[in-house]
Design a protein around this ligand. Structure first.
Ligand code: NDP
Length: 320
């Protein structure tokens, strides 16, 4: 048996999902949120693997990522968001105003007039053991989030796309030196971004280079990186204290790919300046639709937009 139709179902529990929840609850839309399980992604999103957040406005010193997400969640609950700690398994968005969502181990069916998708994205990692061991201890996938902890220190950036160029440029403004490591002999980043990197005297580029090991797991901090030239097989250790992986992100958009228009890179398409997807009544907020800014504060901003847009859509279209 399916439950009575909901006005709003929110899928995802990062800054975008919770902000959408807070706004929707305050508009008396009685939102239901599926926050996900730890096995399918961490409830709370990428901030749950971020140590210190210094750029979320309102916290003059800093705040731990998981603490910030607890505040988001508590505020949502306080405002009346109903939260289910379940993964969504499947959706059927074929019927406007009666979208279906199946969730949890019992695969229970839910119906909603509007859906807000806030499932986020995940940074891609190299997948080597030392990287996992030192995550949050000098290994990061976000220069804007963590770069300031490495002021005046040498750091390494991995990747050859626009993100890697951007991260290297950003870090060059803070750090003493940036070593940019790429596995091939040419970048795939846009020419303009490459040119900026080439002109930057603080960035040294190592082409045809791969990472064997990040040192030093036994010390619980980054002291250097053992790299290997994949043409000459020459090995060396580069002394750095920060290690930034910038090899792309994967949006969590798989559930929706049969229903919504996606960009070629898998992110959900939204109408510029809105959170409206290709289906009326379905909105997308946060990193699942944003491959440019990817910040907690921009995710929260689009979460707010999605709730307001859902409210407006319901005011114009709801039959209940
Ligand atoms: P991309 O997929 O464009 O680039 C990923 C890079 O990482 C590639 O150079 C790739 O190498 C390398 N890489 C992938 N896997 C590995 C691995 N296992 N080991 C070593 N290297 C690896 O991702 P981006 O995040 O850079 O960009 C994603 C999209 O977002 C792009 O469309 C980009 O243009 C856009 N973007 C735009 C920005 C802007 O306009 N300001 C800023 C940031 C991103 P290889 O080249 O050998 O495949």
């Amino acid at each position: 048996m399916s439950e009575a139709p909901r006005k709003v179902i929110i899928i995802g529990s990062g800054p975008a999902g919770h902000t959408a929840g807070i706004y929707a609850a305050r508009a008396n839309l009685k939102p239901l949120m599926f926050e996900g399980l730890a096995r399918g992604g961490i409830p709370g999103g990428q901030l749950m693997i971020t140590n210190d957040v210094e750029n979320y406005p309102g916290f003059p010193e800093k705040i731990a990522g998981p603490t910030l997400m607890k505040h988001f969640r508590d505020q949502g609950v306080h405002q009346g968001v109903e939260i289910r700690t379940e993964d969504v398994n499947k959706v059927d968005l074929s019927k406007k105003g009666a979208f279906k969502v199946w969730a949890g181990d019992d695969n229970k069916e839910w119906t909603a007039e509007t859906v807000i998708i806030a499932t986020g994205a995940q940074a891609k990692w190299l997948g080597i053991p030392s990287e996992t061991a030192l995550q949050g201890k000098g290994v990061s996938a976000c220069a804007v989030c963590d770069g300031a902890f490495f002021r005046k220190q040498p750091v390494m950036v991995i990747g050859g796309g626009d993100t890697a160029m951007e991260e290297a440029m950003y870090l060059s403004g803070l750090c003493s030196k940036v070593t940019l490591v790429h596995r091939r002999d040419e970048f795939r980043a846009s020419k303009a971004m490459q040119d900026r990197v080439f002109k930057n005297p603080k960035i040294e580029i190592l082409y045809n280079t791969e990472v064997d090991e990040i040192l030093d797991v036994s010390k619980g901090e980054v002291t250097g990186v053992r790299v290997r030239n994949n043409k000459s097989n020459e090995k060396m250790v580069v002394d750095v204290t920060g290690f930034f992986v910038a090899i792309g992100h994967t949006p969590n958009s798989d559930l929706f790919k049969d229903w919504l228009e996606l960009h070629d890179n898998g992110y959900i398409k939204t109408k510029p300046g809105t959170t409206q997807t290709s289906l009326e009544g379905v909105f997308a907020a946060g990193d699942v639709q944003d491959f440019v800014f990817r910040q907690a504060v921009t995710a929260a901003g689009t979460g707010c937009m999605a709730a307001l847009e859902a409210e407006r859509w319901l005011a114009a279209n709801s039959s209940h």
